[in-house]
Design a protein around this ligand. Sequence first.
Ligand code: TPP
Ligand code: MG
Length: 768
Amino acid sequence: MGPGPPRKPLDRDEQKRLLGRLIDVFEFERFLEKAYLGQKMFSIEGLDSTVTMLDELTALAARAGAQKVVLGMAHRGRLSVLAHTVRRPAEAIFAEFEGSKRIEDVKAVAAIPHGGSGDVKYHYGHQGVAEHHDGSTIDVHLYPNPSHLEFVNPVVTGATRYSQSEFDEGGIKHDSSRAVPVILHGDAAFPGQGVVAETFNLRSLPGYSVGGTIHIIENNQIGFTTDPTDSRSTPYAADMAKGFNVPIIHVNADDVEACSQAMRLAMAYRERWEKDIVIDVIGYRRFGHNETDEPAYTQPLMTAKIKPQKPVSEIYAGQLIEQKVVTAEEVEAAGEKRRSQLKETLDALREKMDSGVYEDPTVTTVGTGELDRSASPPVETAVPGDTLRELNAALLEVPSSFTIHRKLRKPLSRRVEALDSGGIEFAHAESLALASLLTEGIHVRMTGQDTERGTFSQRHLVLHDEKTGLKYAPIQHLEGAKAPLELYNSPLSETSCLGFEYGYASSNPDSLVIWEAQFGDFANSGQVIIDSFIASGESKWGLTSRLTLLLPHGHEGAGPEHSSARIERFLSLAAEGSMRVANPSTAAQYFHLLRRQAKIKKARPLIVFTPKGLLRQASAAATLDQLSEEHFHFILDDPRAVARREKVERLVLCSGRIYYDIDSADARTANENVAVARVELLYPFAREQLSKLIASYPNLKEVVWAQEEPSNMGAWSVMRRRLPGIIPDHVRLDYIGRPERASPGEGYSVAHIREQERIVLSALTPGT
Ligand SMILES: Cc1ncc(C[n+]2csc(CCOP(=O)(O)OP(=O)(O)O)c2C)c(N)n1
Ligand SMILES: [Mg+2]
């Protein structure tokens, strides 16, 4: 680090404060170790200056007028950061240790936040306020995270992006000085986890930039038991950041003043360039990976070298005593004070717990804290026909100087007649749904790969002037819009993009945040975000959102990929009302589903299996009346069976596009004793509606679940479990679909067609 303002030597008061904080951190860690011997706490020792660096950061952020610091980190030193940076009271941290010791004590267990299935203590987030000696304060949000190292990175930047956004009269202003994102990394995880690079790649993109993230690598030169030589192919842990032109500052963790100066430089860099910067804090790990581990088994020499190393508080105290900034007595007194404070706190807590009066005064989550399992009241999603006509006209309006591509003019102009001809296709219905929400004051953010146009050239929300190449999105210029639409093509990443939207959506459960996968299959590249944040965040941390995933799905002969969005996986993840899963088979259903998701009382993630082949199918298109008078139906009865209910002996239940294959088959009209109904909401299970539907066919002999997915995939695994509970005893339940398969679809189109035909024919043939 060269000379300059960040290098300005610390004055005596700053030095004293720095030492005071190091002593506090050291004593806190040692106190926990003694009080809870053998419990995992992932000690910070060897990297204690992380806390003083964060002090510097929050103080600088507050001084620069920021309102919030958004923080993400893994296990290492998390308890110290919670206690000292986020200022979660020591009592609440102790309570979690006490709670796990007193599992029989109901009050203590109730002290575990949220009442859901919860999480281990070093994963919880917390919202607190950092305080500084000059009286300044700043909100600090530590985001909760799963064990999966580094996956919180895009979540933090997404949450920050929201905190940097200001909404007014239909517009949105993005000001990156409002919130500062900070991510703490491990030296092994930083180069090892691809999500780190993916998140760096978001750095300067218009839809994702946060004006620079401050990265701190807590470099203890080891990952669990693995040496750096087995952990990375480059000399420094931080080297990967070079590929993104991110500057790196290496600093010795035991030189606390240099650590503070490094942070000053990093913050000055962010302020000046609005870009990411990495501080590689090189220290050591005093103990094993956690407190139950013996480090000398695998790193005997390193462990032997670390043992006599004085704690940094002692090194720095020695320096300040020599410089006559403090006396040895003052140092001893500071340590003693902290120890007795902690002891008093713990004694008082134990007393409270013993007498059953302890209640955790802190909220350990960010977000809604929701665990409401009740059903939301019905939602009005219909939009008056006149309003839809006005919106439709506005969605087709471009400035007079704008030249729409010649091949697009016709398909777009068809959207005018479509309102009267009943030809409102999926993408058209989607644009009307989004536009109507904007005029109702609901902010929508929509991103995904090639989402502006739509993978299947169906959407065209953003138009490109054929002559100038300039972009224009009519939906962003709606006259009556009371909220903005953010619409971005995303980079070709799933994990970071999905994580980013999760962070954004979970810090803002009122907006409709939509992430679209190019094809549903590719969502599994973001599986950690789905499993460990979207599906389980509410149960673990009380954190939910309105995040909506659009996953193109359907077996159309495109092969093993491009076919399946893995319905089965989402259905196996959904429980306790944690998310909604739907497979809308008509444009009208899609319209109402999107509006419902934005307006429904309870924010919950929604997984939508969106169509590919149905996008332009006339029989799936909507009429204006359906949009202006109906709502989202959990199930769709057979429209052809309305007048012949008594005749029906076989009820085929299916979901999604296979309905149209069955419906258009010759055998359909020939077999009057077969009815075909669709399950549009797959989770929560539409028990009541399905029971009623089944009961409305008085002479039923069999119910068959028909799907195009293999039997170990699709919705069958859920239906085979749930349907027996609602069909009468004398009615048989059967399955028709592909047999068990390791791969979702056939590679050869002939094989696909044959399989599809077999399924359709079997579905329509009673007794098969
Ligand atoms: C994605 C993922 N893989 C594996 C693990 C298991 N694990 C937990 S900590 C750890 C070592 C991490 O080393 P480092 O990043 O240097 O952090 P440190 O513990 O040294 O602070 C490993 C492998 C994990 N938590 N997440
Ligand atoms: Mg490490």
